[in-house]
Design a protein around this ligand. Structure first.
Ligand SMILES: *[C@@H]1O[C@H](CO)[C@@H](O)[C@H](O)[C@H]1NC(C)=O
Ligand SMILES: *[C@@H]1O[C@H](CO)[C@@H](O)[C@H](O)[C@H]1NC(C)=O
Ligand SMILES: *[C@@H]1O[C@H](CO)[C@@H](O)[C@H](O)[C@H]1NC(C)=O
Length: 673
């Protein structure tokens, strides 16, 4: 799509990503800003940790997305059955045609095409060991499931699949799964898309200005400026998304909230059943031809489409737990397996009633000080005098930047910069969301600032940017034309389109009530209170009402019990929320991971992953009250060294650990949930 056009301009690509290791190109498709960020962070991390080393057998490494791959979603005609096309080197892609309005009675409604990417199981779909397809969602809201499948699919598959590599002969209990990522409505490759800006160029300008103005709390006029920004953006954006593409068409903005997406998931699994049956028929025919007619027709029997009763296997994180819980509440008899990690209180999410979720965030910052103190001088931000001294030193740094940002001179690769309070706050946020990768990053950035340099922060800001020039097509076609729209770049605005219509109550905030909300969140958490207020601010003056509303409480007696997993300390989905949702779904289990950060994948835990694997393999739930250790603590351990030998014993565990470590070190971008 258009974004590829931009990202393929070779000269700019070269200038911008001057680092030669990335010219190798295999990962070029992954180079959206979060990935650049991840790269930057990993470079910094490797300084701190040294290159990861793995003791035993090299676990299979997976080729990244192929640069030369000519796949483009435009080439695929949407269809009401799943028609897969090879894409992205080893994946299969389809565009599923669905109604925009699932409740519309006549058949003149507008259609949507859901983008689907499937990582095929390690056995054929007709193999007795084929376990089915697991749908995934990365959170956001607004996160691309297609991107998640491309980036994390292999690692997620490593976690859920039987450890043993499937052999030709083995008739066994082992199960192997497809991983399916899909882009929810309004997101990335699912069409129709939308944009709040006349071109990507204009969007990038807006975002640069927002960064320069600073977030809530960054200065005396930050409140007014941010409020006015929100009104301008959201008023226009919600108008755009509620304008029908032609007279009489259904309106995208009214159908991007979560319930229709849950219904899309139901359609995906039904159509997957249909597809599986077709594969089975063909395989049976070939088998019978070569080996003689099988009177039992076993392949057909086990691949049969269970029409209207196909069941979902699902693994969602963060906002993805809202999507999962919504599905489970709407279609309780259609659940086969569901893992919800980093559990959002769906009742609070939809209705606004209940405690704000950031109450544990500062306790995670406390851990930063604690661990930094424990490793001593090896922690770049270490200060003698215990954790309290480290916290004090950090607070002073924040205050100093609040009163006066820091000038950073140009370097060989970037222009002049200022290092601001807002920048430091963003690094802190990353720290509490993903301590394993983010604490060393925070310690490094903060100590550099303390030294009066600010270069590391400036480099990071620079690397995160992805400037954009309008393409020739865009210049010719003019502002707001489809040639100027870039679907893969509107995640933040897709996030609002989903969240603000799910959480309609957020739309009604006026200045006074919003200010109160902001103040109360500041009280609740000094580390993420200001940041979290932006979630509601992003919905101020939003004015789109969804057609299919979700009612609370979100609850259901599901056909198979759910598995909730949560960190003991999570900055935005506290254990308390997980307990609440656990109570709302009879028979469900709640597994805790003794670590800090957002979602359990923020730190490797072979114990948790083995439990998730067992649940997908056999359905077995962990015993009530189970708490798993994490295999690595932020700042304290060397990720290349297997820390806790008692939990990581076998070659299989090492492969699992390696997959987990890779996920934990990958930053997740800028989504709230
Ligand atoms: C920042 O400014 C405020 C008020 O202007 C002052 O009270 C505070 O001490 C200053 N902080 C630092 C670290 O300079
Ligand atoms: C959108 O999907 C493409 C694959 O078509 C992927 O490469 C890209 O990273 C995705 N964009 C985002 C922002 O996730
Ligand atoms: C859930 O459904 C099962 C089977 O239909 C039933 O036996 C059970 O009592 C239900 N549980 C609740 C809490 O409604």
């Amino acid at each position: 799509m258009e974004n590829h056009k931009y990202s393929r301009v070779p000269s700019r690509q070269k200038n911008y990503h001057g680092d030669s290791t990335w010219q190798d190109g295999r990962s070029r498709r992954n180079m959206a800003s979060p990935a650049i960020f991840a790269l930057t962070a990993l470079v910094l991390l490797s300084w701190w940790f040294g290159p990861p080393r793995f003791p035993t057998q090299e676990a299979h490494s997976h080729p990244a997305v192929d640069l030369a791959d000519p796949f483009s979603w435009d080439q695929v005609t949407p269809s009401p059955s799943l028609e897969y096309h090879e894409c992205f080197d080893g994946f299969l892609c389809a565009r599923l045609d669905v109604p925009m309005d699932w409740h519309r009675q006549d058949d003149h409604g507008t259609r949507m095409a859901i983008a689907i990417t499937r990582l095929p199981a390690k056995v054929s779909v007709t193999d007795p060991r084929y376990g089915g397809a697991i749908l995934i969602n990365p959170g956001g809201p607004g996160g691309s499931g297609v991107a998640q499948a491309l980036i994390s699919g292999h690692n997620l598959q490593t976690i859920v699949d039987a450890a043993a590599v499937p052999t030709d002969t083995a008739e066994s209990e082992h199960r192997y799964f497809d991983i399916i990522g899909f882009d929810p409505r309004g997101v990335n490759n699912t069409t129709p898309g939308f944009s709040c800006f006349p071109s990507l160029f204009s969007q990038k300008n807006w975002e640069l200005q927002a960064e320069a103005d600073g977030m809530l709390g960054s200065s005396a006029d930050s409140f007014m400026r941010n409020w006015q920004r929100a009104i301008a953006l959201n008023t226009g954006c919600s108008q755009t998304i509620s304008t029908p593409s032609q007279p009489g068409a259904d309106v995208l903005g009214e159908h991007t909230n979560t319930p229709p997406v849950a219904r899309d998931m139901l359609e995906i699994i039904e159509r997957h059943g249909e597809w599986r049956e077709n594969q089975g028929r063909e395989a049976q025919r070939l088998r019978d031809k070569s080996k003689g007619y099988d009177p039992e027709q076993r392949i057909i029997a086990r691949t049969k489409w269970q029409r209207d009763t196909e069941k979902l296997m699902y693994w969602g994180r963060s906002y993805g737990t809202v999507l999962g819980a919504t599905f489970a509440a709407l279609f309780p008899d259609r659940v086969e397996r569901m893992v919800l990690d980093g559990v959002v209180d769906s009742d609070k999410y939809y209705s606004g009633v209940g405690p704000d979720p950031i109450g544990d965030a500062d306790a995670i910052f406390d851990k930063f000080a604690l661990y930094c103190d424990q490793v001593g001088e090896e922690c770049p931000f270490y200060a003698a005098g215990g954790p309290a001294a480290i916290k004090k030193s950090y607070r002073e740094l924040e205050n100093a930047l609040l009163n006066s940002s820091m000038s950073v001179l140009p370097s060989g690769t970037r222009g002049p910069e200022v290092a601001t309070w807002t920048d430091l706050k963003s690094v802190l946020r990353i720290g509490v969301y993903q301590p394993l990768a983010g604490f060393p990053f925070l310690a490094d950035i903060a100590s550099d600032l303390l030294d009066g340099s600010g270069e590391k922060l400036a480099d990071y800001k620079h690397a995160r940017r992805s400037p954009s020039c309008p393409s020739d097509e865009c210049l010719a076609a003019g502002p707001w034309s489809s040639a100027c729209q870039v679907s893969g770049q509107n995640e933040l605005y897709a996030s609002s389109a989903i969240l603000c219509s799910d959480a309609e109550y957020m739309q009604s905030a006026d200045m006074q009530s919003f200010m109160q909300h902001w103040r109360s969140l500041q009280e609740l958490s000094s580390s993420v209170g200001d940041y979290w207020s932006h979630v509601r601010l992003n919905c101020a003056a939003w004015s789109v009402k969804p057609k299919w509303k979700m009612s609370v409480p979100v609850t259901g007696n599901t056909s198979y019990p759910l598995l909730f997993v949560n960190n003991i300390l999570d900055p935005v989905t506290p254990l308390q929320s997980a307990k609440h949702m656990h109570g709302a779904f009879p028979g469900s289990a709640l597994l805790q991971q003794d670590s800090e950060g957002h979602c359990t994948l923020a730190a490797p835990s072979v114990c948790v992953s083995t439990s998730i694997r067992r649940y997908f393999q056999t359905g077995e739930q962990p015993a009530a009250g189970t708490v798993c250790d994490a295999d690595l603590k932020p700042l304290l351990g060397n990720p290349g060294k297997i820390e806790k030998d008692h939990s990581i014993r076998s070659v299989d565990d090492v492969a699992l650990y390696k997959a987990l470590l890779e996920e934990a070190q990958r930053f997740r971008g800028h989504f709230p949930l």
